[in-house]
Ligand binder design. Structure first.
Ligand code: ATP
Length: 351
């Protein structure tokens, strides 16, 4: 697949602050790509540089093969949807959607036809003559989307566009956005700090922290094979165990778990010594033959799931997630339990 965007060793400084440290990334044409990370990690800055609202301090951004350093924002085949979408209150929905086209000098008849098509795409044809104030928050956000799509950008940048909506609406809009991206075939670059949002919609996700790219991959890759501790912690829930690791062959590392039992992992050679091991809670289970021993502290009921909160011999906490429907006889709080680790579930992390 062709690349829509290539970000090549881009650095961004604001005075003494380095917002992005030498970041390289390629985004394919037609991809739903998400930049995910906590507040201040640099995701909005990256988006603004793609849009042309900020210049890079070093490095290069290419859009469809072209270096865009000298291309002003309005000449880039890019449009942006912001969190606060600011529709014009005195203009009808149809005129709001056609506004970008008017700025480009498109004549009235063409503008209306195109705006009408866009309203169809976002399922708002029946609302063309209303004013924004006569729409719900979700409908207003869909008008903002239609407005951004009307000038036919090849790339749509979305900066936390759902965060002003309530939870229920946010969930519905996730599916609508995903569908819209599929229907239009436009490359979407979506910025969020909400991991659930990123996991539901994206073809690929770039996890960022402190101006650096931590990992790029599909939701599944990032969840199941986190590169490092930050990614393991930030995406979903995980248990981090401190283990002793020792390489025993070219592609096998033996780790000693808290409590003393050992586990051989198909991991590339790792320096001997203390390492962090990540294990997702749903990949642990109660098992009298299990390799981990812990004391059960609490059982938390979460509807379909149960969380067993336990403590290992070295004092570190361990969460085991089980399905509630299993109807297994549960041990009592305070009892010692044995736990087995599903094959392939434990991952040594680079710190
Ligand atoms: P949020 O989710 O809170 O919007 P973010 O991940 O989008 O965060 P950015 O807004 O890109 O983060 O900011 C990255 C870093 O750059 C932060 O440390 C921020 O304070 C700094 N920064 C951003 N814009 C400017 C600016 N115009 N001047 C100075 N520093 C800035």
């Amino acid at each position: 697949m062709a690349n829509a965007i290539e970000i090549i060793e881009v650095i961004k400084r604001f005075g003494a602050t380095t917002a992005l440290e030498s970041l390289s990334l390629s985004i394919s044409d037609n991809e739903f790509f998400t930049l995910l990370g906590p507040s201040g990690c640099g995701k909005t800055t990256l988006l603004r540089m793609i849009a042309g609202f900020e210049a890079v301090s070093a490095g290069e951004i290419r859009l469809f093969g072209q270096n865009i350093a000298n291309l002003p924002p309005d000449r880039r085949p890019v449009n942006t949807v912001f969190q606060h979408y600011a529709l014009f209150p005195h203009m009808s929905v149809l005129d709001n959607v056609g506004f970008g086209l008017k700025m480009k000098g498109v004549d009235l008849a063409k503008r209306r036809a195109r705006a009408g098509q866009m309203l169809e795409i976002v399922h708002l044809s029946a609302f063309a003559d209303r004013l924004p104030a006569q729409l719900s928050g979700g409908q207003q956000q869909r008008v903002a989307l239609a407005r951004a799509l009307a000038p036919e950008p090849r790339v749509l940048l979305l900066d936390e566009p759902l965060s002003a909506l309530d939870l229920k609406l946010r969930q519905t809009m996730r599916f609508e956005l995903k569908q819209l991206q599929k229907d239009t075939g436009i490359t979407f670059i979506f910025v969020t700090h909400d991991q659930e949002e990123a996991l539901t919609m994206s073809d690929r996700i770039a996890v960022m922290s402190a101006g650096r790219l931590q990992q790029v991959g599909t939701a599944r890759e990032i969840y199941e094979a986190p590169n490092n501790r930050f990614v393991a912690d930030f995406i979903g829930e995980t248990n981090i165990l401190q283990v002793e690791a020792q390489p025993i062959s070219q592609d096998l590392t033996r780790v000693t778990l808290p409590g003393g039992s050992t586990l051989d992992l198909p991991a590339p050679p790792t320096a001997s010594g203390q390492h962090s091991l990540s294990i997702r809670p749903e990949r642990l289970s109660l098992d009298p033959q299990g390799s981990l021993t812990a004391r059960l502290e609490h059982v938390v009921y979460l509807g379909t799931d149960l969380h067993l909160m336990a403590r290992l011999a070295d004092g570190s906490p361990l969460v085991i997630r089980m399905q509630n429907s299993a109807r297994t006889a549960l041990p009592n709080e305070g009892e010692e339990i044995r736990i087995s680790i599903e094959e392939g579930a434990a991952r040594l992390l680079a710190d």
